[in-house]
Design a protein around this ligand. Structure first.
Ligand SMILES: C[S@@+](CC[C@H](N)C(=O)[O-])C[C@H]1O[C@@H](n2cnc3c(N)ncnc32)[C@H](O)[C@@H]1O
Length: 305
């Protein structure tokens, strides 16, 4: 399942890359830096911001902000604060004028800055319309952001970091990039759980120790859990600070489903044992006793095909 969807995404990525080299319309500014200026159609901006579930408490950063449409829409339609960075002084001026027209100058800012040096630590939402290799260069910085930070990208994904959501939009007015169609990707920065964890769960009136050994690649988790001298495989997924892991039923041991909220060295949630009417739901918490590394170092760049 994972392999198939990755394959599709790689094809999309390379198709988009070739199409991205097409000529720009005469009216567009060229942009500066590592990619030319191509504006994201407004319907795509709106849909991406909705995928990011942006709201008044959010702080958006648009990397390569062009005429400011992501930043201005985040503020004017969704009440967020936002800033954009670009290297093109013409576009920065245009973005400031557009912010003035939209009446959001108190909520937005545009800065002349190289997006690879931008401090992203304040962001709760990041938007990009950049080339695939630029997204991959930024990926380690994205993975290091606060868990729960949302990243939305247009036309180009983040390589083998699988999106939490992806959509395609038919956009007849789009003449460059992928003409007529936009690919939208949304990611939630996962909390980190690799390493060893311990729990004590009261099962059937008996305190039962559980020991977990977890590996993590992006938001996917796999590992082993030791339950009553039995070691069973676990698979799961993290969405921001939420985790869900399942040990399938095997050799007389019922299915165990662990879900909870990840804190600093703790997970608090529930354990469901068994399925159907006989299932039992118990409070579950775990404590980290040894930290591990992410399966793939966050700063390791994948091969770009
Ligand atoms: C494809 S346009 C996207 C504009 C806008 N985000 C949108 O989606 O409508 C990319 C923008 O990135 C800017 N850019 C390219 N390389 C940059 C860099 N290294 N630092 C800052 N901005 C850069 C270009 O000037 C251009 O405005």
């Amino acid at each position: 399942m994972k392999m198939a969807s990755l394959k599709i995404m790689k094809v999309l990525g390379s198709a988009a890359l070739v199409a991205g080299a097409l000529a720009l319309p005469a009216a567009a500014q060229e942009g500066r830096g590592d990619v030319v200026y191509v504006p994201t159609p407004q319907i795509v901006v709106d849909t991406m911001l909705q995928m990011a579930k942006i709201g008044p408490k959010d702080f958006l950063i648009d990397l390569g902000s062009g005429d400011g449409r992501f930043v201005i829409t985040a503020a004017s339609k969704y009440g967020a604060s936002a800033f954009g960075v670009d290297l093109d002084t013409y576009l920065l001026k245009l973005a400031n004028q557009n912010a003035q027209k939209a009446g959001v100058t108190d909520k937005v800012r545009f800065i002349e800055e190289n997006l690879f040096t931008t401090d992203l630590s304040r962001a709760t939402v990041i938007s990009t319309y950049l080339l695939p290799e630029m997204n991959l260069r930024l990926r380690p910085k994205f993975m290091a952001l606060k868990p729960g930070t949302r990243i939305v990208t247009h036309d180009y994904h983040l390589g083998d970091w699988e999106p939490d959501e992806q959509r395609e939009l038919i956009v007849p007015e789009k003449k460059v990039g992928n003409p007529g169609i936009s690919y939208l990707f949304s990611y939630v920065v996962p909390a980190r759980v690799p390493g060893k964890w311990q729990s004590l769960v009261n099962i059937g009136g008996r305190d039962t120790p559980l020991e977990f050994n977890l590996q993590q690649e992006f938001q996917e988790v796999e590992g082993k859990v030791e339950i009553r001298d039995r070691i069973v495989d676990l698979r799961g997924r993290i969405m921001g600070e939420s985790i869900r892991m399942v040990a399938a039923a095997r050799d007389g041991l019922p299915r165990h489903e662990f879900s909870g909220q990840i804190g600093d060295g703790t997970i608090k949630g529930t354990l469901v044992i068994g399925e159907g009417t006989g299932r039992q739901q118990l409070p579950w918490s775990a404590r980290q006793i040894q930290r591990g590394e992410l399966k793939r170092a966050a700063d390791e760049l994948p091969e770009v095909k």
